[in-house]
Design a protein around this ligand. Structure first.
Ligand code: FRU
Length: 499
């Protein structure tokens, strides 16, 4: 029998060849996707589960989709992991997965280590509670724990997104979840019975909107101490702020989290990175803390002009703790595996030729999938500006500009995406820079419909989708007189090319 295709589908280009289809980022072939869920490494494989609507291109009917990767860039699509139907528990909202090495939950057979998902079940009346599911075959098939939910709703409308980690010092599982405008912390011996230990709330942080998707983990500081990081997404749906991933650095003893700064700190200054969390169980010999986020914003996600899919993940990023202006800070850069996508590289070294120092980069190369690894230099103490600009014949442009005097990195997409039926998309993002000493490196990952900009070794990050009318035809560097730029520009291959 021939499947009945919608008229629009008959007219669509082949899957993964669409105008705005990400070629470097994971997206589902069809349908809506939002937050990354259940990020866990097991037996050499990175698992990426995600909020997924198998029946439509808009949010709703939430299931957990599943993809796996050995290198964090090439993904294999797996069967849907957590099904909402039958609607006994309701819809499957965001959550996490751990490997229960000692079978503390008793959900595995003797001697086996189940993969355990702790997630939010949202019933048809909209009541959110935390539930447990487990898999004995590496996330391919799942069973629900019979005693669900394991944390009932205490009367709070927004009560969701559990993230669990093993807390070595107290030998307990620790769970953070977002409740309205704060984070609740629980602990457990067995992933099933949870004891409430802490409410992390005002006056800490920004309250521009509901808090979602917390993530708590230890990290090595640049001075060699263990510090704790609490990351939380803060909805920008009804606020003026663009940044949405807030973090705190402090101490955590299994019961109390004490941040060591009063300032608000943000991981990304663009609008298109939300619900970002990190992989659990990455082996110590790897040692990285790797995060991935949903590359969109609740402000306009439903208006993203893509079909038959909507939503994609960010480039996976390695997080490092660095010295910042208010004590420690976090920096993030694309994981090194992105370099495996490089098929050709061009070394550049440009000195200003005229007063504007404008040079065109490789006119003959396609400008779709690019990785810029550039270093800008100028006489220390001088103020100057410089950057990169993508342009097309329609007058649309994306400018990435650094102003050393104002100490800001700007990504301007105001002329791109004018046709999106949502005025909130045309934006100019601004990431603060620390005091610079005559040099700054800029890493830019440019996909078909996005840029991710990492300035100053990942201390100033901006993620932005781009929905242009015409593809970009030129990329130019610009800068004041004394600015020099050198580095590499690489052409990347599509992650779907062999699929
Ligand atoms: C964040 C979020 C989560 C929720 C999920 C539902 O983007 O709103 O809080 O669990 O999406 O899809």
């Amino acid at each position: 029998m021939v499947a009945k295709l919608k008229r629009r589908e008959l007219e669509s280009p082949p899957l993964f060849a669409e105008k705005f289809r990400p070629q470097l980022h994971f997206s589902s072939p069809r349908n809506w996707l939002n937050d990354p869920n259940g990020l866990v490494w097991n037996d050499g494989v990175f698992h990426l589960f995600y909020q997924y609507n198998p029946t439509g291109n808009e949010w709703g009917n939430m299931h957990w989709g599943h993809a796996t990767s050995k290198n964090l860039v090439d993904w294999d699509l797996r069967p849907i992991a957590l099904h909402a139907e039958p609607l006994e528990l309701g819809y499957m909202f965001s959550g996490c997965a751990v490997i229960d090495h000692k079978n503390s939950s008793g959900l595995g057979e003797a001697g086996e280590s189940p993969m355990v998902a702790v997630y939010t079940s949202c019933d048809v009346a909209g009541i959110q509670a935390q539930s447990v599911a487990y898999s004995m075959d590496n996330g391919e098939t799942w069973a629900q724990h019979e005693g669900n939910p394991v944390i009932s709703n205490p009367g709070i409308r927004d009560f969701r997104d559990p993230k669990v980690l093993w807390h070595e010092a107290t030998q307990k599982w620790v769970l953070t979840l977002a409740a309205d405008d704060h984070v609740e912390v629980y602990r457990s011996q067995n992933l099933i019975d949870w004891e409430h230990v802490l409410r992390f709330a005002k006056p800490f942080g920004s309250y521009q909107g509901v808090w979602e998707c917390p993530d708590l983990y230890p990290m090595q500081s640049p001075d060699g101490e263990t510090k704790w990081v609490l990351v939380v997404s803060v909805s920008t749906e009804h606020s003026k702020r663009d940044e949405s991933i807030q973090y705190f650095i402090g101490d955590f003893d299994g019961e109390d989290f004490t941040p060591q700064h009063n300032e608000e700190m943000w991981l990304d200054h663009g609008a298109d990175n939300y619900g970002a969390v990190s992989w659990n169980n990455v082996p110590a010999r790897d040692g990285r803390r790797i995060m991935i986020g949903w590359m969109s914003s609740w402000r306009y996600a439903k208006d993203m002009p893509t079909y038959p899919w909507r939503g994609n993940m960010s480039i996976p990023r390695e997080i490092r703790m660095v010295h910042g202006e208010h004590g420690y800070a976090l920096a993030s850069l694309p994981v090194r595996e992105v370099e495996e996508l490089r098929i050709d590289s061009l070394a550049i070294e440009l000195a200003p030729a005229d007063s504007k120092a404008v040079r065109s980069l490789f006119a003959e190369l396609p400008l779709e999938l690019l990785d810029f690894d550039l270093s800008f230099r100028w006489p220390d103490g001088e103020t100057c500006s410089f950057g990169l600009r993508f342009t097309n014949a329609n007058g649309e442009e994306v400018a990435i500009a650094v102003y050393t005097g104002a100490r800001t990195l700007i990504v301007d997409r105001t002329t791109v995406g004018q046709k999106i039926p949502n005025p909130k998309f045309a934006q100019r993002f601004e990431a603060p820079l620390r005091e610079l000493q005559g040099n700054l490196n800029l890493r830019v990952i440019k996909d078909r419909a996005s840029v991710e900009v990492f300035g100053d070794d990942g201390r100033a990050v901006v993620s932005a989708n781009l929905f242009y009318d015409e593809p970009f035809e030129a990329v130019t560097t610009f800068g004041d007189n004394d600015v020099l730029v050198e580095g590499n520009v690489s052409i990347l291959r599509s992650i779907w090319q062999d699929k």
